[in-house]
Design a binder for this molecule. Structure first.
Ligand code: SER
Length: 592
């Protein structure tokens, strides 16, 4: 079974069980200030897991594009990836443990053909006031799993979430594939890394909310959130040792082999895997509208492109290659992710520009690095001031210096580098770290106000400045909103004042903010705007603010605009070519 057949089989199976197919959300979380990328299928569903009504109902299924950057430095071995796909099914306050386990068992054994003896499961052993999950264990037994196939673990292994510091979470039951090899020791079990067990599916019973006070309170409703790793399951079904040998990566790796003239085998495995993973991830990130930059998602994108470029350089390739590989990615994944096709030209343009820029830096930096090795002398520690100089004067990424140093058996004095970096880069560091503060979704009053203010700002820009302005990005922290939009010049002080007056006058009028669910076509016909790309959803939510604004949105919003109290623009700047950025704050004393 290849990836496409697996996606189709999964969706069909759960549709037959009454689940609505929702499309994959963007990799860039909408209005979530605390994470850079969508890391799991549940991520865009948080408001619904917390109790909002989903327009498609209580049973949902999809395949979701995800990025996890925590292991970026481990990519190159046989198992780590930055970009991956997650198959997921959800019960939003509908079924719970029984059906969730029954469906998983049926899908794995009847549709994918696993024998029940090939499965092992883990369940929550209990603790901190939450009881042992005997119910799930019993349910697995009812399907014929023996006691030896059921393992009990604690919070470290059998509890999922919240993704940030606060948010929905709960105990889970994880499903593993057992490859049949003998246990490596008496203690061998699913948490062992000997290779006998591979995790394939995680069923989370999301019934708690972890608050800022670190306390767990029961959610309004009991939810199920499951996630199955598409790449891993493909590997097992195709009986290949790693994802890079599976049909998912075959076309990409063949292309890399052709371009560099090296075969996918030692000593080239690591370089080829990094290129394959990173170009695939970069292509998807670009498709979601991110451009390479110094901070946030743009910085991760830049790092992926640069690492891929450097590894191709290791393989002896000196030409620009990324566009050719991206074309293979678009061909292969465009059927499931049409945004790749829609944004093809933009993807190519940005990739080539960044690659060209980096090649120049690379060639210059490699030479400087050699000079600095001499300057560093015999020490096993590569001096922080040299690392900083390479970074600051020659634009050479510190990760790359660290990798090059490691190849020469040297450690980089990161402590010294960090001190220097912090002194010089206060500004960008602050905005980066901001992203990781707080919980997964801060549904506080303040962010709700900022969310509605964002709609008013969008309306002001379109009504006062240019009808063709569209949202190109939105990010809300506890302190401010940030809104990116297409416009190709700086806004004047007078224009900014007019925008601000417009929003403040809408606030003063205390207009009701009304949420309506309606057929998608009807909403479009009425002129509703917004980032709406879900081709499967027939019924959508539209937030209407008088005759000022009508936007597709998941919410939450204030009930009346008066609750925002005041609106003040604190910055207008360029975000990327043709994209401007406005930052604004709200509150009683914030009016300009
Ligand atoms: N949220 C869970 C996970 O990421 C299940 O999807 O594993």
């Amino acid at each position: 079974m290849d990836a496409q057949q697996l996606r189709d089989a999964y969706i069909k199976f759960f549709e037959e069980k009454g689940h609505a197919h929702i499309s994959s959300a963007s990799l860039i979380p909408d209005n979530d200030p605390t994470v850079l990328f969508t890391t799991a299928g549940m991520h865009p569903l948080v408001p619904y897991l917390l109790g909002e009504k989903h327009p498609m109902g209580k049973r949902l299924v999809n395949y979701q594009r995800c990025i996890r950057t925590g292991d970026i430095d481990s990519v190159g071995d046989a198992t780590h990836l930055t970009f991956f796909e997650m198959l997921g099914n959800w019960s939003i306050g509908d079924y719970f443990k029984k059906e969730s386990i029954d469906y998983s068992f049926e899908f794995l054994t009847k549709i994918l053909g696993f024998k029940k003896e090939q499965l092992a499961v883990t369940v929550f052993v209990g603790g901190e006031g939450i009881s042992k999950d005997d119910y799930s264990a019993q349910q697995w037994k009812s399907h014929g799993l023996a006691d030896e196939q059921i393992f009990y673990y604690g919070r470290k292994d059998n509890w999922w979430g919240p993704a940030g510091q606060t948010g929905p979470c709960g105990p889970d039951t994880e499903i593993f594939y057992d490859n049949g090899q003998p246990r490596c020791s008496e203690n061998c079990g699913p948490s062992c890394h000997c290779g006998k067990y591979t995790e394939i599916w995680n069923n989370v019973f999301m019934e708690f909310f972890k608050g800022a006070d670190k306390k767990y309170t029961p959610l309004k409703q009991k939810n199920v959130d499951t996630g199955m790793g598409l790449e891993r399951v493909c590997c097992i079904l195709q009986k290949v040792p790693s994802v890079y040998e599976s049909s998912i990566f075959k076309p990409i790796i063949s292309k890399i082999e052709t371009i560099c003239g090296k075969e996918y085998k030692e000593p080239y495995l690591r370089d080829i895997r990094i290129i394959a993973d990173h170009v695939r991830a970069a292509t998807f990130i670009l498709a979601d509208g991110v451009v390479p930059s110094k901070i946030g998602q743009g910085y991760i994108l830049r790092r992926l492109i640069r690492r891929a470029s450097r590894n191709m350089h290791n393989l002896g390739c000196r030409k620009l290659f990324m566009k050719e590989i991206a074309a293979v990615v678009i061909d292969e994944f465009g059927v499931s992710y049409p945004e790749l096709i829609d944004n093809k030209e933009n993807i190519f343009k940005n990739l080539v520009a960044e690659e060209e820029k980096f090649q120049k830096t690379l060639i210059k930096g490699l030479k400087k690095f050699d000079d600095m090795l001499v300057e560093n002398g015999d020490s096993k520690v590569f001096r922080g001031d040299l690392v900083f100089k390479l970074f600051d004067t020659f634009g050479f990424p510190v990760e790359l210096t660290a990798e090059l140093a490691a190849e020469k058996g040297l450690f980089v004095d990161m402590c010294d580098f960090n001190n220097r970096f912090e002194m010089h880069q206060d500004k960008s560091r602050d905005s980066n770290s901001q992203i990781f503060k707080g919980g997964l979704i801060d549904q506080s009053e303040k962010t709700t106000k900022l969310h509605t203010a964002t709609h008013l700002l969008n309306a002001a820009l379109r009504n006062l400045i240019d009808k063709n302005i569209r949202q190109k990005g939105s990010n809300i922290t506890a302190e401010r909103l940030r809104f990116d939009f297409n416009f190709n010049r700086k806004l004047t002080t007078e224009e900014l004042q007019k925008i601000s007056d417009y929003v403040n006058s809408a606030i003063a009028k205390d207009i009701p903010v009304v949420c309506k669910e309606m057929p998608k076509d009807e909403a479009i016909a009425m002129g509703a705007i917004g980032v709406f790309d879900n081709k499967y959803e027939d019924i959508v939510k539209v937030y209407i603010i008088g005759d000022i604004s009508m936007e597709f949105c998941g919410g939450p919003h204030v009930g009346h605009t008066g609750e925002i109290e005041g609106f003040k623009i604190i910055k207008e700047e360029s975000s990327a070519a043709g994209i401007r950025r406005i930052k604004a704050i709200v509150g009683k004393y914030n009016i300009n």
